[in-house]
Design a protein. Structure first.
Length: 134
């Protein structure tokens, strides 16, 4: 028969294990929350910068086209055609660059996933040690 002291030792050990696991889970969830917040702010900042940049660029280009068209009034159709081709090319280059930037971005939650993998590796290693008698 098991002694009452043995049960208390097992119970205390299980409680410590549960506390440790809950502590690890809490830490991982806090890290995940931080990463979500950082990613959200980064995306918002990128969108606002892109919007401001596009607005200013479009306004400047429209004014430039109007200036050159008025300056070269006799060649207005050629000037407008050339600027249209230039804007199409610039738009295509910007789109290509944007796609490259999206592909190069670090995957979200990589730190959390790395920590969870490390926790799982440690738990498997300690479970392997506990299963083998010394």
């Amino acid at each position: 028969m098991t002694s009452p002291g043995g049960r208390e030792g097992l119970r205390a050990s299980l409680q410590r294990l549960a506390i440790a696991l809950l502590g690890m889970l809490q830490l991982r969830l806090e890290l995940l929350g931080n990463e979500v917040e950082v990613e959200k702010l980064r995306i918002l900042r990128l969108l606002l910068l892109a919007l401001a940049s596009m607005f200013c660029a479009v306004l400047a280009l429209l004014l430039l086209v109007a200036l050159i068209t008025l300056w070269l009034w006799e060649l207005r159709l050629g000037v407008l055609g050339a600027f249209t081709a230039l804007f199409v090319l610039a738009s295509w280059l910007a789109w290509r660059t944007l796609r490259q930037q999206v592909k190069q971005a670090e995957s979200p939650f990589s730190a959390s996933l790395g920590e969870l993998r490390e926790d799982l590796r440690r738990l498997r290693r300690s479970a392997g040690h506990a299963a083998t008698p010394d």
